[in-house]
Design a protein. Sequence first.
Length: 175
Amino acid sequence: MKFNNTFIRAILLIGLVGLFFSCTAEPFPELPAETHTGAGTFGCLVNNELVFATAQFNTVGLDVGASYDSNMDQLRISATCQFEQKVEFFINNPFNRQGNTFIDSICYSYLAPNSSGGKWTTAEAVQTGDIHFSRLDDNQSNSVVSGTFSFVLNEAEETPIHVTQGRFDLQFYSY
């Protein structure tokens, strides 16, 4: 009988420890799914590190968003990600592009590693990187842009920034 009580107690203890760790551990974030519904997602790998943003309001507006300037015929996609990286790229004449195409202008701001006092660095590039639109429609009630992207930024005397497996699914507004 003593064996059964000890065995049952051991099983209960193991179960409680497992339950405790499963409740306190944060789930590992993943790249957002490649959706096409305007879900408000943005994510990529920056030098093989996950970077993501979601369309949630904060004190300065949305963390991620898109807009279309009809006068300039230019689509702007921007995101402020979880480690304060800022990604912004522009695509000229987006409705006239099919399949994989280049990104016209990219701006990426990040806190430089090993910088005393926190040095923010901005890397910019023109006509670099690739973007593929899986959905781009300018519907008055629900304009959606979604797709994938990748680019490499090489700044003088800085480590190259490799952005891969990028994906986004956003609603956008036109002006």
